[in-house]
Design a protein around this ligand. Structure first.
Ligand code: PEP
Length: 253
C-alpha cells in the first residue's frame, strides 16, 4: 500500500484582519519551530493577508495556500486573483471548489476543473473539494454525487504531487456534526476507487483528506480511519492550540 504523508490544511475563510492574522501566523510558526511536525501543514488565509504573513512561515515547515483562484493567468477579471499571483505571493497550495464557492458563486465542476488546472499550470498543488448536501445523503446519493464531482473536477495531469482531494460533506461544514467514521471511510474508499479507475498508477499518491467540523477532540478518531490521509480544517484552524492539537494527532499516527 502506498505511504502517503498526512496533510493538515487550515482554511481561515473570510476571517482575520491584519493584526489577528499576523498573531495567528506567528503563533503557528512558533509551534512549528518548537515541534517540527512530520506531516505536511498548510495554512490558507484570506488573500489580503498572504503577503503580510508569508515571512512568518519562512522556515518552510508551514506552507501557504490560497482559498480560490481564477482559471486565467491574467486579464480583465476585476477582483479576481490568478494562480500565478498566488504563487508569486508565496503559495504552494490552492483550495478550489470549496462548497461555499460552489454555493455562493455557482461554481460547477467544469469551472472547478479549470481552476485546478490553473493551479497545476502555476506549479502548485490543488486541493479539490467535493461533498454532498444533507438532502443528497438522505436520498442515498452521497457516493454518486461525490463521484460525479471528482470525475468532473479533476485537472488533467492530476497526480500525488499536484492534487489533493478534500471530501467535505456540505452539511458537516461549520455545523459541529460529522458523518460516522464508517460513513467517512465508505466515501474515502469510493473516491480512492474512482481515482484508481480514472488515473491508474498516477492515483496512488493522491491524498484524500476529510473536512467538516474537524476539531481537537475528534481529529484522532477521524485520522485513524485508514482511508483518510489528513484533514481540511475551518473553524478550529483559527485557534492556535486547537489547530496544533490536530497537527499533533496527525503526527502521532
Ligand atoms: C471548511 O471550511 O473547509 C471546513 C471544513 O470548515 P469547518 O472545519 O469549520 O467545518
Amino acid at each position: 500500500m502506498a505511504e502517503r504523508r498526512r496533510l493538515i490544511a487550515g482554511n481561515w475563510k473570510m476571517n482575520g484582519l491584519r493584526a489577528e492574522g499576523i498573531a495567528l501566523a506567528g503563533g503557528l510558526a512558533a509551534k512549528a519551530l518548537a515541534n517540527k511536525p512530520t506531516c505536511d501543514v498548510v495554512v490558507c488565509p484570506p488573500a489580503t493577508l498572504l503577503a503580510k504573513i508569508d515571512r512568518a512561515f519562512d522556515a518552510g515547515v508551514i506552507k501557504l495556500g490560497g482559498q480560490d483562484c481564477h482559471a486565467d493567468e491574467k486579464g480583465a477579471h476585476t477582483g479576481d486573483i490568478s494562480a500565478e499571483m498566488l504563487r508569486d505571493t508565496g503559495c504552494s497550495y490552492v483550495i478550489v471548489g470549496h462548497s461555499e464557492r460552489r454555493a455562493d458563486h455557482a461554481e460547477g465542476d467544469a469551472q472547478v476543473r479549470a481552476k485546478a488546472a490553473a493551479v497545476l499550470r502555476a506549479g502548485m498543488t490543488a486541493i479539490v473539494c467535493v461533498g454532498e448536501t444533507r438532502a443528497e445523503r438522505d436520498a442515498g446519493n452521497a457516493l454518486s454525487v461525490v463521484e460525479g464531482q471528482v470525475v468532473g473536477s479533476l485537472p488533467p495531469g492530476a497526480q500525488g504531487d499536484n492534487t489533493v482531494i478534500a471530501y467535505e460533506p456540505v452539511w458537516a461544514i461549520g455545523s459541529g456534526s460529522t458523518p460516522t467514521l464508517d460513513e467517512i471511510a465508505a466515501v474515502h474508499r469510493h473516491i480512492r476507487a474512482v481515482l484508481d479507475g480514472a488515473l491508474k498508477a498516477a492515483a496512488t499518491e493522491i491524498r484524500i483528506i476529510y473536512g467538516g467540523s474537524v476539531n481537537a477532540a475528534n481529529a484522532g478518531d477521524i485520522l485513524d480511519v485508514d482511508a483518510v490521509d489528513g484533514a481540511l480544517v475551518g473553524g478550529a484552524s483559527l485557534k492556535i492550540e486547537d489547530f496544533w492539537s490536530i497537527i499533533a494527532a496527525a503526527d502521532a499516527r
